[in-house]
Write a protein that binds this ligand. Structure first.
Ligand SMILES: Cc1cc2nc3c(=O)[nH]c(=O)nc-3n(C[C@H](O)[C@H](O)[C@H](O)COP(=O)(O)OP(=O)(O)OC[C@H]3O[C@@H](n4cnc5c(N)ncnc54)[C@H](O)[C@@H]3O)c2cc1C
Length: 241
């Protein structure tokens, strides 16, 4: 369990800032000292002493770099203020400050239960780290990664996930598009509803969830009704809803 209250901020050089889509940026940070975190943890970007904003860490600890996926949809001020802060520091050649290794929803490394990863939009950052850690550990349990997006152009790591799925019997990737184009051949609708349609019972599964808070709440209730155990459902969003 992580003690969020006592984590001090660490200076991080900004390695790169690049667009993943028109509304999502990939930020790569290089911490100036050793950091300790697990797959599924988040960091808090420190804008000021009173203003700290959480972002899931998309990379795993074997990398010396921290990867973030920051969504800035039209009308958003919450994460666009964070991205603007990063860009200003980058242009000035200055580091950002971040509290690293926070949260309660990290991968349960000793569990042998099959895994469902449920991501809505940029919640993908969180499940991507967990999927990488499971791959790196060469685990044998089945892993189902569901990624729900509004339109398919937001599936920015789709190619890599499809390649993982074709090279591993244990790993399944199920993209779910809410407002698909005429060309989309895959699943449609809300992502948690795809999970409900695919599993008669969720009792046996460890379920990791990240995305809009409304989605996390709805998924928790619906999955519980379909047999999932509360103690095997993990999401830092649960602390906010
Ligand atoms: C600990 C923590 C970490 C965070 N990390 C990040 C981060 O790394 N990057 C970041 O940008 N933000 C982060 N946030 C902020 C917040 O979680 C994101 O703003 C949110 O996930 C963004 O979702 P989206 O706009 O990409 O999804 P959307 O595009 O709004 O939705 C994607 C999909 O989610 C499902 N969905 C959406 N709304 C509903 C609903 N009402 N009911 C059912 N299903 C729904 C649908 O399938 C939809 O297609 C974090 C917040 C916390 C507390």
């Amino acid at each position: 369990m992580t003690n969020t209250a006592n984590t001090s901020a660490i200076a991080c050089k900004i390695h790169s800032v690049a667009a993943l889509t028109s509304g999502i940026s990939k930020v790569v940070l290089s911490p100036e000292q050793a950091v300790d975190y697990r797959a599924g943890h988040y960091l808090q970007l420190v804008l000021s002493a009173a203003d700290k904003r959480p972002f899931s860490i998309a990379s795993i600890a074997s990398s010396n770099l921290l990867e973030l996926h920051i969504g800035t949809p039209a009308g958003d001020t919450w994460s666009s203020a964070a991205l603007t802060h990063i860009e200003q520091q980058f242009q000035a050649g200055l580091p950002v400050m971040a509290e690293i290794g926070l949260g309660q929803a990290q991968l349960r490394e000793n569990s042998k239960r099959p895994v469902i990863l449920l991501a809505g939009g940029t919640g993908f950052s969180y499940v991507y780290a967990i999927a990488q850690a499971l791959r790196a550990a060469n685990t044998s349990q089945p892993v189902y990664l569901y990624w729900g997006v509004r339109s398919e152009d937001a599936l920015y790591y789709q190619q890599q996930l499809q390649q993982w799925a074709s090279s591993s019997k244990q790993f399944r990737f199920i993209p779910v598009v809410q407002q698909p184009s005429a060309d989309w051949q895959g699943r449609t609708g809300l992502v948690h509803e795809a999970v409900l349609a695919d599993f008669v019972s969720l009792e046996a599964y460890d379920i990791y969830i990240a995305g809009p808070f409304a989605m996390a709440g709805i998924a928790r209730d619906a999955f519980t009704e379909q047999g999932a155990h509360r103690e095997y459902m993990f999401a830092d969003a649960f602390a906010y809803i």
